[in-house]
Write a protein that binds this ligand. Structure first.
Ligand code: BES
Ligand code: ZN
Ligand code: MN
Length: 515
């Protein structure tokens, strides 16, 4: 038997940790902007569309190589298909020329991000590089900035635990005829979104050994340290006890790391206007608890923090870019461990709302911590829109794989709107249902509701959370269990943690901003 109180034991350990995020610890590419006529590096990238004709900067590069670029593209049968890439060496005066195809359709911001990602994939990420952004078929302002963002997202690395990681210092210059605008857009806006995504990826990649509720809280404090206009409030176990957050405390009870509710507010909108609430599931490691998970793939449950991490990343980006909207981010942090004093299947927990939940499986812990978190944010902040984001069910991953996050709303128009934002931002969502039957399924014999009830898993999970969301409150539930981790890289996401949700929720906030 342990002789210490679990809920008091972790702090000394935490304080002795030195903890770094991507913002400080990882080698980063220096991204700069310059005019088309500025000096270029010896490694360059040019874009070619499906006409195959070399125009602008590509034509200039061809001239510089005395026509050998064109010859090489012909010999390689390079057609300019979107995302096709070719790296050519030996074309003096350049050390290398990377050619990326732009296809034959107009380029949206999302497609520009992808192009930037292809540039990163095609270059070896080690050398200084000049990317010539010229003659693109696009209506998007400052396209070079969007391409730069895609480049940065694609070249994310997590090298903290590699003994021989090299500190790579490189400069990637994006050349365009609107480089002033591109620089401004990148440095005052897009770069912050990128940093928010990097933070989210770092948190999802960090092992459960280093990231637990207390250290996550510290990481959030560090992230926001120099961000003006943001307030952070942290509820520990004594506050939770006072508020009767039996579900959040229950999930955290089996761990030596006590739970936290982290609340970050940013008020960039009209004073007195109700905020948008972003509520994230932050299970720093999900063993399943007494309903222990099988061994296979268990390590990946270090990423069960993804929802909370994305909330922090999104609020960070919004605050830094000065979004004109009021936001409250709530992160429900706990570690789900089996232990002699962990909650058991069959236990009944009393939530902050007063409603009781019969715990059918301690592995359905996300809905428990979110029940108290959504109750809290509604009582304290009365949000005009409540978005919860969680790696909630394997069911979402089975239904939609890594292509879409599951979105559940009570109102089709809202789902429609979310699908549209998904398409624009490149983080796509697909609606799944929530109806009376799902609420009926979670009736409990001995408590107000029970926590699980078979299929369809996404809807049952949503019904549990929905039990705690006011009937008339606009509410969006995002189940990101299939999208938070990427096994095969996409143009903007290397293999590993995707940081899913920052771009999507940033898109939602931008939408509200212009209203
Ligand atoms: N964190 C898991 C969901 C998950 C599974 C995320 C796979 C990412 C990949 C969640 O806490 C969980 O265990 N859900 C259970 C719910 C079940 C007990 C009703 C599941 O999906 O199996
Ligand atoms: Zn979980
Ligand atoms: Mn679980």
């Amino acid at each position: 038997m342990r002789s210490f109180s679990k809920f008091a034991s972790a702090s000394a350990l935490a304080l002795s940790l030195t903890f770094g995020t991507a913002l400080t610890a990882q080698a980063e590419t220096d991204i700069v902007f310059g005019s088309l006529s500025a000096d270029t590096q010896s490694h360059i990238t040019v874009f070619v569309d499906m006409d195959g004709e070399l125009t602008g900067a590509a034509a200039q590069a061809n001239d510089d190589t005395e026509g050998r670029l064109e010859d090489a593209l012909r010999d390689a049968e390079f057609k300019g298909k979107f995302g096709k890439k070719l790296r050519l060496y030996g074309l003096a005066p350049f050390a290398s020329i990377t050619v990326v195809g732009t296809g034959d359709e107009a380029l949206s911001a999302r497609k520009l991000h992808d192009l930037g990602g292809y540039v990163a994939q095609a270059s070896d990420n080690k050398k200084n590089l000049s990317v010539m952004v010229d003659g693109l078929n696009t209506d998007v302002d400052a396209a070079a900035a969007q391409i730069a963002m895609g480049y940065a997202l694609s070249s994310y690395t997590f090298t903290k635990y590699k003994q021989d990681a090299k500190d790579i210092d490189r400069t990637v210059a994006f050349h365009s005829d609107d480089s002033g605008d591109a620089q401004e857009l990148y440095e005052n806006d897009l770069e912050y979104v990128k940093d928010g995504i990097y933070f989210t990826r770092d948190m999802g990649t960090e092992p459960g050994k280093t990231i637990y509720p207390e250290t996550f809280t510290q990481a959030v404090r560090d992230l926001f340290e120099d961000v003006p206009g943001v307030e952070i409030k942290v509820l520990g176990v004594p506050e939770m006890r006072r508020l009767n957050m039996g579900a959040l405390m229950g999930v955290g009870q089996g761990s030596i790391h006590d739970p936290r509710l982290v609340v970050v507010t940013y008020n960039g909108g009209a004073s007195g206007e109700d905020p948008v609430a972003l509520v994230g599931k932050g299970i720093t490691f999900d063993t399943g608890g007494i309903s222990l998970k099988p061994n296979n793939g268990q390590w990946l449950m270090k990423a069960d923090i993804s929802g909370a991490a994305a909330v922090a990343g999104t609020v960070y980006a919004a605050a830094q870019r000065g979004a004109k909207v009021n936001i409250v981010g709530v992160m429900a942090m706990a570690e789900n461990m089996p232990a002699e004093d962990a909650i058991r299947p069959g236990d009944v927990l009393t939530t902050m709302s007063g409603k009781t939940i019969e715990v059918m499986s301690t592995d359905a812990e996300g809905r428990l911590v979110l029940s108290d978190a959504v109750t809290y944010v509604q009582e304290e902040y009365d949000p005009r829109l409540l978005i919860d984001i969680a790696t909630l069910t394997g069911s979402a991953a089975r239904a939609l794989a890594a292509d879409y996050a599951a979105v559940v709303t009570r109102d089709w128009d809202l789902s429609d709107e979310m699908m549209r934002i998904g398409t624009v931002t490149g983080e796509e969502v697909w609606p799944l249902p929530l109806n009376k039957n799902h609420y009926k399924s979670i009736k409990s014999d001995i408590a107000d509701i029970k926590s699980t009830a078979g299929n369809p898993g996404v809807s049952i999970g949503a019904a549990v959370i929905g039990t705690f969301v006011d009937e008339d409150r606009p509410w969006v539930h995002l189940d990101i269990a299939g999208v938070d981790w990427v096994n095969s890289p996409t143009p903007t996401t290397p293999k590993g943690h995707a940081g899913w949700g920052v771009r999507f929720m940033d898109g939602v906030l931008r939408d509200l901003d212009t209203e």
